[in-house]
Design a protein around this ligand. Sequence first.
Ligand code: MN
Length: 198
Amino acid sequence: MAIILPDLPYPKDALEPTISSKTLDFHYGKHHNAYVVNTNKLIEGTALEGEELETIIMKAAEDPSKAGIFNNAAQVWNHSFYWKCMAPGGGGKPTGEILDRIESDFGGYEKFVEAFKTAGATQFGSGWAWLVEAGGALEIVKTANADTPIVRGLKPLLTVDVWEHAYYLDYQNRRPDYLTAFVEKLINWDFVNKNLAL
Ligand code: MN
């Protein structure tokens, strides 16, 4: 079965004004779609054709000759996860299990916010900042380009895309402003709590 572009979990204008429908037109409709199209082209006729996306990512990560497949397939996964990390009316201090864990592992919500935003702001060039669970503890990690924590045995709970294509139309070079808006207005904590419970 071919890799598919999943539907966005909300209409393209649902995150306005924090993220514009124009950004989602390009980011989802062009960038994410291109990663799907490229992945399918690259696996066609290979042993990876017909495999699950996660399997393709894991196998390509172990084989330097499959870097092109890894980059495209991991970007498909990362983006599908990223859309679900946001919701209209989201953001702010969470509730539920994730709040308890953030308080115990980071020393408070404000300290988590500072660390998460710093990770996103200091990822040099393109990449992602993540909240993950590793060995029973929450951690913040950043990954470059298409790299994804799932190949390191980490459990992703939340991510923010810090490639310029994620924010440039709305925030130009002001990545820290995009990160602040993401934390204050977009994070889908219900999704994060669900991931934590998996
Ligand atoms: Mn992106």
